[in-house]
Design a protein around this ligand. Structure first.
Ligand code: ZN
Ligand code: ZN
Length: 293
C-alpha cells in the first residue's frame, strides 16, 4: 500500500470522526432541525443500500440481475459511501471470502495482529492503513475490470466523493431558504456525519461479525450473526449466514432474521416491480444440510 493511499485513508477515518464530534458539541441541547435529519436519513439510506445491495450483494456476489442503468446506479451510490473505489472494494471483499479468518484475509480480527481488542481494531479500521485496496483486481475482480461502465465509475472515485458532499450541502442551502448556515449544516449532517455512521456500521460487519455473536452453520471461519446491528447495517450483520451462503440475496435466512434484513426487502420489492430477476435464494433443505451438528 502506498504512503499516499495510507494518508488518504487516514483522512477518510479522521475527518468524519472530527466532524461528528463537532456536530455533537455544536448541536448538543439545540437538537437538529428536521431538514438536516432528513438529509442524514435519505443519504444514509441511498449510500448504505449502494454498499449493501450494490457493491456487496450485486457486484461482489451476483445475488440477482437487474437493468444496466440500475446496476451502474448502485455502483455510483456505493461509491458515494466513500469506502474506496468500487473495484478495490469488491476485490478486497472477495479476498476476504477466499481466505476468511486465515492468512490472506485483509480484515480478520484473528489473523496477524494478535487477537482480542487489537485484532478487533485491525478488522474494524486498522486494516485500512495496511491492506485496503491491495487485493489484486486482476485476480479477484476481472469481471469488473472488463466492464467499461464500472471502470469509469472506479476511476472517478474523487468526483463521487465530491458529489457525496456537494449534494447534501446544496440541498441544505436550498431547503433552508438559501442560507450559508443551511449549506454548512446540510454538509455536516447529510455529508460527514452520515459518512461517519456508514463507515462504522460497514466496518462493524468486518470486526464485530467475526468476533462475537451467534452461529449455527458448520463453517471453518469465525463469522457470526449479530442481531442488534441488523437494521443499521441493512441486514449485513447476518454475516454468519452470508458466509454459509455467499450468493444468497437474503442474509436473514430464518423468518425473523429476514424481517430485519432491509436489503432483502429491497430486492424482493424490486423483483415484484420487475426490476430484479434471477434472485438467488437458498431452499430450506439446503440450509438444513449445512447446520452444525
Ligand atoms: Zn466476513
Ligand atoms: Zn460477502
Amino acid at each position: 500500500m502506498t504512503r499516499r493511499a495510507r494518508y488518504a485513508n487516514l483522512s477518510a477515518v479522521v475527518i468524519p470522526f472530527v466532524a461528528t464530534l463537532i456536530a455533537i458539541v455544536v448541536f448538543w441541547g439545540n437538537g437538529v432541525d428536521a431538514i438536516d435529519l432528513a438529509l442524514f436519513v435519505v443519504f444514509y439510506l441511498l449510500t448504505g443500500l449502494g454498499v449493501t445491495l450494490g457493491f456487496h450483494r450485486l457486484l461482489t456476489h451476483k445475488a440477482f440481475d437487474t437493468y444496466r442503468p440500475i446496476h451502474l446506479g448502485f455502483a455510483v451510490l456505493g461509491t458515494m459511501a466513500v469506502e474506496g473505489p468500487v473495484i478495490s472494494w469488491v476485490a478486497d471483499h472477495r479476498k476476504h471470502h477466499a481466505h476468511t479468518d486465515v492468512e490472506g484475509d485483509p480484515h480478520s480480527p484473528h489473523v496477524g495482529h494478535g487477537g482480542g481488542l487489537k485484532g478487533l481494531w485491525h478488522a474494524h479500521a486498522g486494516w485500512l492503513m495496511h491492506e485496503q485496496g491491495t487485493a489484486s483486481p486482476r485476480r479477484y475482480a476481472k469481471d469488473l475490470m472488463d466492464d467499461m461502465g464500472i471502470r469509469w465509475i472506479h476511476d472517478r472515485f474523487l468526483w463521487f466523493i465530491a458529489l457525496s458532499l456537494a449534494l447534501p450541502a446544496a440541498l441544505g442551502f436550498v431547503l433552508h431558504g438559501f442560507t450559508i448556515a443551511g449549506l454548512l449544516t446540510g454538509l455536516l449532517w447529510g455529508g460527514f456525519v452520515r459518512i461517519f455512521f456508514i463507515h462504522h456500521v460497514t466496518w462493524s460487519v468486518n470486526s464485530i461479525c467475526h468476533f462475537t455473536g451467534t452461529r449455527r452453520f458448520d463453517l471453518e471461519d469465525k463469522s457470526t450473526n449479530v442481531f442488534w446491528l441488523s437494521l443499521p447495517s441493512f441486514g449485513e450483520s447476518w454475516h454468519h449466514n452470508h458466509h454459509a451462503f455467499p450468493r444468497s440475496a437474503d442474509h436473514g435466512l430464518a423468518r425473523w432474521e429476514r424481517a430485519l434484513d432491509p436489503s432483502a426487502w429491497t430486492v424482493a420489492a424490486m423483483e415484484k416491480l420487475g426490476l430484479a430477476w434471477n434472485v438467488v435464494r437458498i431452499a430450506p433443505d439446503r440450509q438444513q444440510a449445512k447446520l452444525a451438528a
